[in-house]
Design a protein around this ligand. Sequence first.
Ligand code: DGT
Ligand code: CA
Ligand code: CA
Ligand code: ZN
Length: 590
Amino acid sequence: MTNADIAAAFDHIADLIEYQGGNVFRVRAYRNAARTIGSMVESLATVRADPSRTLTDIEGVGADLAAKIGTLLDTGRLPLLDELQREIPAVVFELMRVPGLGPKKVKALVDELGIDSLDALEQACRDGRVQEVKGFGAKTEAAILENIGFAKSPEHNRLLWSEADAIVQQLLAWMRECPAVRRAEGAGSWRRGRETVGDIDVLVDGDDAARVMDHLVAWPECAGVLLRGDTKTSIRGPRGVQVDLRVVDEDSFGAAWQYFTGSKEHNVRLRSRARDRRLTINEYGVFRLEPGADADARPTKGAAVAGRTEEDVYASVGLPWIPPELREAGDEIARAERGTLPELVTLDDIRGDLHMHTTATDGEDTLGGMVRAAIDRGLAYIAITDHGQRVTMARGLDRKRLLKQWDEIDRLNESLAEDGRPPIVVLKGIEVDMLEKGGLDLPDEVLARADWVVASLHYGQNQPRERITGRIIEAIENPHVSVIGHPTGRLINRRPAYDVDIEAVIAAAARTGTCLEINANPWRLDLDDRHAAAAKQAGVKLVISTDAHSTRGLDVMRCGVLQARRAGLEAKDIVNTHTLAQFRKLTGKA
Ligand code: DGT
Ligand code: CA
Ligand code: CA
Ligand code: ZN
């Protein structure tokens, strides 16, 4: 079981206890643990195996949860979860996948209307029966109807990239332990850094394919074999994901890696380019087409002109190697041809992180803890951006508490600078909320004293397009606002974006020099790649931020960087790749 599996199991338990109307503190304990575990980089199995540590060192994990983690790691099951699942009708799980339908609402629907499937719920919405249930209204009913479509779509039933990545890393480590494996690499949408991944594709270079397949099937995470062939085996992995593993020859490894990385559209274009040169590309290599030969016939192995490396494959059709994140058949082949591929931003380029929370609002770690964690990660500057007062659920900061936090930051910076050059500079920030009626939740006179102001829209997300767009543009035009946080509000697989004219937002940001955020949280990745590319095109400065709510939350930066790479962004396009001095000049802030 991966951390993601265990986090999902705990989240699930929290939902089920909530559905049964159980103790809220118990629900919260499971949710907190799920959040912590879900963002841990190190595997729980590793922590448990280390004799010098215990699972209870993990924040939010007490003796009881540590024992449950142990049971999950040992058996892949949990009696409590099995029991809850037996007690609760299966339809509950299906209904809870509809964005906006939490355990309590689902319970009302099941109890009051006897809903027993998504289809039945859809029909009940159409009949106007849902709005009659206590706690629901016509608006909620309409929203549910819209969101059923969202929940039903296969597009929203894929793993997040970060979840897939945890599985890929674990699998590659396992496969590399096999003596018959010379090399193992991930391919497919995982390698292209898509925000979600359908199935996992892995490639192995080895002579003894049967031994490689035996090793795969013996993977402790293998939950079943779907297909076993001579060169390809498909298994069911953690979280029910399908894993396709192929064994290829050393001489074909580059060709196969290229082929199975995709995307399909990219490969189609590459093949047509090859045909123009009397070549044919397949997963075995690049081959010369003999005069009069059928382009679809598989040429003999001896005739390969390339195949060992991806670089060779691209070179054979007159192109430089193209980074996987760009292989979506946009303009990457034309740019490769012209020699104008972007030099994509990397995690190493990132110097600052400009969106994070502390225990002052809904973060799990203190100001001091976040700063230490940021120093450990080699950051040169960070902005502390706790919530403004509108976010009452998170005990948002009013003017008085905010000014007090800023005093604390001043003192912290002084003490960091005591022995000469400080290891990090902490900027005084705030995440203000765009109010439903317009305006922000803290006065300009306070914002004027901030180093960095993130403005986000958390409430009134169901307002019509003009209202939402108007609120965001108003914030953009406020001279104290530095950046718009998670500009579309979407949560991958959970909630569609609010209705916003993103082009108008981009144009306003370009006009005013306000930055737009690429929120690196793997559920958000907001702006997405297309919008981020459009923003760059329009001359908007972009910021990649973690929106960390714990020290471990700082580690999602790589997900944001990946999204930026898919958008074709270079270090110079990202404000927080610059040194603090450059950043100050660029933003006219801080
Ligand atoms: P996914 O799994 O839905 O997230 O997306 P991919 O891109 O990983 O797609 P997948 O797993 O079906 O195939 C991996 C790559 O292998 C794909 O991007 C291109 C290549 N590939 C697979 N099947 C075919 C095919 O029938 N024709 C072509 N041209 N390429 C294929
Ligand atoms: Ca795939
Ligand atoms: Ca596949
Ligand atoms: Zn935030």
